[in-house]
Design a protein around this ligand. Structure first.
Ligand code: CDP
Length: 791
């Protein structure tokens, strides 16, 4: 073996994506591509109103349709004990309505037919009589006396309270606010938005009545957790359920929950004895699958006159819709909102969240963020910007004065999070350098003098990703560990099986790179198996940027176990003492003799070969083969961070915002694949521009969803985003075995406040202090007229 490995072939040097040719040529296999002999098609009848009792359902005409095989209502499911299912947030959700409709688009009945078109036609033959009830649409009125009760299915429930949660020290925070020279408060809304993945949700269920085996292809970000819940809900034996999550066209949190449609497909297959496919259309996805955010927030900040932040306080009203279908660790009903103290070293903090039910679609999921961190980061970064303006201190400078110092890590925040590592001033300095910040401010002054509205927005975020340590985190009672199984074959090729799976973020490349880096095997000689519960170890799945921090660490440790066994075999190949063997530059070598080298391939040949194997540490001959498995329970989350700068131009005549430049410096520790990380950052920045400027799921006063198509729910295209300018710093996580932190969601979290801060900076001449997202031309224009519209 040569002294230096080729970085394009080995380890973390590789920038290309092995799955790219498959996707670029349209050769992916998504759920809707699955075709099974005799397969039937399922369509769901959805409620046209937000709140109504069902007076009657008549399915006679639908049953009589010549191509219909089954029509199922809530009453039919109730007979089998399947009308309700648990959510991933300790609530229960109706699979099909039995008593009353609780949101527009809710599942009322389903039809299974010979083809998709007949199934849809038959839906129109089902006669439902609704007794319409007044809905609760605005979270702000949900707890008012006399508000209609959404969850009368829950015994003893007399109001629409979903949960209350708080964190931090209320008394200490009040004391800090009491003595502070400056205090500021601001109401703001992080509006209801939707992950809107390119592929909608769907499933193909194939139940074999003879073997009592269920195979379910589904758009799932968490196949193992889903399988366990199906076993519990449907009473099927877990070892006879196989969940396959094939290629998935984007998840972003939308595909973490279990949806009624998945269960309907399973029931449909059990009833008919044939495979059944259910695939949402775009409207169904937008109006009925889980939304994100919907936080009405009040932020308060206390500081000294010279810009030292002393305290932060927040009060949140969270709209969870009709069912609490958020997927969040049990101890954290408001997700990780507790990180709202951001990247700053402050004296005291307190936050309180009151969550309510309304007659709107259930949720809310962490859309490309680790459990409510997007809301937390938005709150603190808006408050810091408001403070900068109040004190007349440059927003970059104010942040610098308050950053947690690099030598203060590990740093315990006032709400109890232990940030593992960071050098925030360095990341900020890099963003400022790339942007040419001082020149931009000079240009802004010149343009302002000419009446032009140029804005420069700053944000700095810290994320908490990689949920999570067993001692703190579980989801639906399942610990949040993840696994890896690694097998090296006799010829030195390897297969790594992981419990997380990709929705397009490149795991087939990056997990191979991890093994390659650890074992010196060329990347192309490592295959990655994922997304199939029969073929992979148990784990909680891909969301909250947890793949690299959890399953990635499992892969490293599995490779190191293989390497440790390989050391004994290598010593036998070289006939050298085990104590003299070292691993260097992709091979085992005898210490002091770099010329000797035994590769993993040679060790594998020895492990499977005909010769007797050497003795292991216990004196007995080693077992043959070369494999290892690990279930990794992280000791802490990882804390990626970033410094973002956004430059916008606002048209004074129309209020239209153009994002001219966006500079993003991210630190996710060690990067496995620079190109993949850049791709993740680009995607999230695009999300951020959409969230800040155009995305919004609105409802009218009757609870009709106003975002039922992509003509109404606007998502950004290449036309709305600039060429991203990215940079990096590399502070390794001290507890992750290769120092990597997650990155998949950083930029979705960090970019909205940068865009909003930029727009409000541009609007300074108009004295606009705050306006809520989405900053559409209409809303910006109204703010300029002194009339900001609440969403
Ligand atoms: O859970 P998810 O895969 O969405 O998020 P992630 O762990 O942040 O990883 C997203 C993608 O970026 C994966 O393909 C990772 O392997 C890659 N990544 C990387 O190359 N280096 C890092 N430090 C973090 C992630």
């Amino acid at each position: 073996m040569s002294a230096a490995l080729d970085p394009a072939e080995h380890g973390f040097g590789r920038r290309t994506l092995r799955e790219a040719p498959r996707f670029v040529r349209g050769r992916g296999t998504y759920v809707d591509d699955v075709q099974l002999p005799g397969m039937l098609h399922l369509a769901v009848l959805r409620a046209p109103v937000a709140h109504a009792r069902i007076a009657s359902i008549d399915t006679t005409a639908a049953q009589a349709h010549p191509k219909v095989k089954a029509v199922v209502t809530g009453a039919d499911l109730a007979e089998r004990g399947l009308a309700w299912m648990p959510t991933l947030s300790a609530d229960t959700q109706a699979v099909l309505v039995t008593d009353k409709v609780r949101f527009q688009g809710q599942e009322v009945a389903f039809v299974v037919a010979e083809d998709r078109y007949s199934a849809r036609d038959a839906l129109e033959l089902i006669e439902v009589e609704y007794d319409v009830l007044p809905p609760v649409v605005d979270a702000r009125t949900a707890l008012a006396p006399g508000a209609p009760l959404v969850r009368d299915d829950v015994e003893g429930r007399t109001d629409n309270l979903c949960f209350e949660w708080e964190s931090g020290d209320a008394a200490a925070t009040a004391a800090v606010f009491e003595r502070a020279e400056v205090t500021l408060a601001q109401d703001m809304v992080y509006p209801r938005i939707h992950p809107a993945p390119m592929e909608t949700c769907g499933a193909v269920a194939d139940y074999d009545r003879i073997d009592r085996r269920l195979t379910l292809w589904s758009t799932s970000q968490a196949p193992h957790a889903h399988r366990t819940l199906y076993a519990v809900i449907a009473g099927l034996p877990e070892h006879r359920i196989r969940v396959i999550s094939p290629d998935v066209g984007g998840g972003f949190g939308n595909k973490v929950p279990i949806y009624p449609g998945y269960l309907c497909a399973i029931v449909g297959s059990m009833l008919t004895g044939r495979p059944v496919k259910w695939m949402e259309d775009r409207t169904e996805n937008l109006v009925s699958s889980t939304f994100a955010r919907d936080y009405v927030m009040r932020g308060e900040i206390a500081a000294t006159r010279d810009g030292r932040i002393l305290g932060l306080r927040s009060q949140v009203l969270a709209d969870h819709g009709a069912f609490n279908a958020a997927a969040t660790p049990t101890k954290y009903p408001a997700g990780f909102f507790g990180v709202f103290t951001g990247s700053y070293d402050i004296e005291a903090a307190h936050c309180a969240v009151t969550a309510v039910h309304t007659n709107k679609a259930p949720g809310g999921v962490a859309y490309a963020c680790s459990f409510r961190i997007a809301e937390a980061v938005y709150l603190v970064e808006r408050m810091v910007d408001l403070l900068a303006r109040e004190l007349g201190i440059d927003p970059v400078e104010l942040r610098r004065r308050n950053f947690i110092r690099p030598d203060a890590f590990p740093y315990t925040t006032r709400t109890g999070w232990v940030y593992d590592s960071g050098d925030y001033p360095a990341a900020m300095a890099e963003a400022v350098r790339i942007a040419g910040y001082d020149e931009l401010r000079a240009e802004q002054a010149e343009r302002r003098a000419r009446g032009e509205l140029m804005g420069i927005g700053v944000s700095f975020f810290t994320e908490a990703v990689g949920a999570g340590p067993r001692k703190d985190m579980d989801m639906a009672g399942l610990g949040m560990a993840d696994g890896c199984e690694l097998r090296v074959y006799p010829t030195g090729k390897a297969v790594v099986r992981i419990s997380v799976q990709s929705q397009g973020q490149g795991h087939e490349t990056t997990f191979a790179q991890i093994v390659s880096e650890e074992l010196g095997i060329p990347v192309d000689d490592v295959d990655v198996v994922h997304g199939d519960t029969d073929l992979t170890p148990f784990g909680l799945g891909t969301y909250g940027s947890r793949s690299t921090p959890v399953s990635g660490a499992a892969a490293v440790l599995a490779a190191r176990k293989v390497r440790e066994k390989g050391r004994l075999l290598a010593s036998s190949v070289l006939e050298a003492a085990v104590a003299d063997m070292e691993w260097a530059d992709g091979a085992y070598r005898v210490k002091g003799d770099p010329g000797t080298a035994v590769t993993i391939a040679e060790v594998a040949a020895r492990a499977y070969g005909a010769r007797d194997l050497p003795a292991g540490p216990d004196g007995e001959p080693l077992e043959g083969g070369l494999e290892a498995s690990v279930s990794y329970n992280p000791e802490n989350l990882t804390y990626p961070y970033g410094a973002y700068l956004c430059v916008v131009d606002v048209d004074p005549g129309t209020g239209k915002v153009a994002v001219r430049r966006f500079i993003a410096v991210d630190d996710c520790g060690t990067r496995i694949n620079e190109a993949v990380v850049e791709g993740q950052v680009h995607r999230g920045l695009t999300d951020g521009v959409g969230i800040a400027l155009m995305e919004y799921v609105g409802y009218d006063e009757d609870g009709n969803c106003l975002a039922g198509s992509l003509m109404d729910y606007l998502i950004p295209t290449a036309l709305e985003v600039p060429d991203w300018e990215t940079g990096a710093t590399y502070i390794a996580s001290p507890h992750h075995p290769i120092g990597a932190k997650g990155v998949g969601e950083s930029s979705t979290v960090g970019s909205p406040p940068a865009v909003v801060n930029a727009v409000l900076d541009a609007l300074q001449p108009y004295g606009v202090r705050h306006a809520d997202m989405p900053l559409t031309p209409g809303r910006v224009w109204e703010a300029m007229q002194g009339n900001p519209t609440p969403p």
